[in-house]
Design a protein around this ligand. Sequence first.
Ligand code: ADP
Ligand code: MG
Length: 252
Amino acid sequence: MSLLSVTDLAIHFGGVKAVDGVSFDVQAGEVFTIVGPNGAGKSTIFNLISRFYQPTHGKIVFDGEDITATPAHHIAELGIARTFQNIELFDHSTVLQNLLVGAHTKRKATWVEDVLHLPRTRSNEREARRAVEEIIDFLDLAAYRDKMIAGLPYGVRKVVEIARALACEPRLILLDEPASGLSVEETNDMAFWIEDMKKDLGLTVLMVEHDMSLVSAVSDRVLAVVEGKPLALGTSAEVQSDPRVIEAYLGT
Ligand code: ADP
Ligand code: MG
């Protein structure tokens, strides 16, 4: 069953066709990766799915629901969370505080709390904390739990970004270049986290990535996008050996 279905997606910025007729289906439980040269439109596809951008054309369906016109602030509640190519965390808050913000974007206030403008109930708060502590354990972040983001090594901040997305309790997680700026060793760890998200948490992963060692290690299917257009779809090996893909990379 496909969890996410994108059909003939397009967005034009003035004369620039950043995304131009992209269609793909992401099956529940798979790791689906989008590759392509810089400027190919990969992050823009993420911005369209997470509804930061309104498509010029096309349709986005998540879990059977048409979300093409769904406001961005409802996306997390539906079960889609994302990370950013450039890390977006609260630098002057701790890891724990950042994750609690993530948890609250998903956990809606009850009707009574809404009507009376009350803060969230203690039980809700406790539940959010418990979920966040589990994520801290899962991603091995216990040593950094009460540390300020600003003082953390880059590789740890990348993992915290994933933790923040997980705190929204998504079914689909969008990872924009999770290995960028990471060492070989950190990239290997990232591959394990992604595998664990799929196997242990049952998550569906949609990823954009340049590091082909990571792409090959974790991807069930790969879509190559060039100049906003889909070029090849298949296994990592199939896509990497596709002559059109090789030519597109050499041409940039
Ligand atoms: P990638 O992530 O594949 O490197 P992007 O999706 O970031 O590429 O960008 C694809 C193209 O869309 C680029 O030419 C970029 O300049 C353009 N683009 C992206 N967002 C905007 C925007 N908000 N306004 C104008 N142009 C944009
Ligand atoms: Mg990008």
